[in-house]
Design a protein around this ligand. Structure first.
Ligand SMILES: [Zn+2]
Length: 192
């Protein structure tokens, strides 16, 4: 008997500081015919933008974008989830934290539910796009760690490093109030 191994879903996960050019890298990778670029899939991003009906990268409002709707519908069908917010609560609980992974979580129903919804969401992105490689430029190391726990995922990490001066300039350009915080980080002293 020939054993056929079910194909794993490949996730290219972009790590690094914010303002390092992850969006640009995401778009460049997404130009490959076998890769689906998804932006940041971590807590408070893709699903939030969908619920707030923000603009999709295709130029349409998320809730009228055929691709976004197909992903959400497929995901709901596969998981039976009724309310997107219930998954977002789990994302917040596990991703929006700097607390190191607690081994007891692996036994918790909530945590296993979180992993299940996360995997099915990635699979829905894959089936809706017809591509087996997904780019997630979340950068959040906690989320990357959780993805590494899912056997059906082949995780490929890219640690993006941009010159710190470029990162600082980009942050300050967007928000001049950040200048003091950056000075404090770089020179490690008070700017009062
Ligand atoms: Zn779209």
């Amino acid at each position: 008997m020939v054993m056929i191994e079910r194909q794993k879903i490949k996730v290219i996960y972009v790590m690094g500081a914010g303002h390092s050019g992850s969006t640009l890298l995401d778009i460049i990778l997404g130009n490959h015919p076998e890769i689906q670029s998804c932006g940041e899939l971590k807590y408070n991003n893709f699903l939030n933008k969908y619920q707030e009906n923000c603009l999709c990268t295709c130029g349409q409002k998320s809730q009228t974008c055929q691709f976004c709707n197909q992903v959400i519908d497929t995901w709901k069908y596969r998981t039976g989830i009724k309310n997107i917010k219930s998954y977002q609560r789990l994302q917040k609980k596990y991703e929006d934290t700097k607390i190191p992974f607690n081994l007891n979580w692996s036994k918790s129903e909530d945590f296993n539910q979180y992993l299940f919804y996360t995997l099915e969401f990635l699979k829905s992105l894959s089936s809706s796009s017809g591509k087996n490689i997904i780019v997630d430029s979340s950068k959040n190391p906690t989320r990357a760690f959780y993805l590494s726990l899912i056997p059906e995922i082949e995780l490929i990490l890219i640690h993006l490093i941009r010159d710190g001066r470029g990162v600082s300039y980009s942050i300050m350009k967007k928000n001049p109030d950040e200048k003091k915080r950056i000075k404090r980080l770089v020179f490690n002293k008070s700017t009062k």
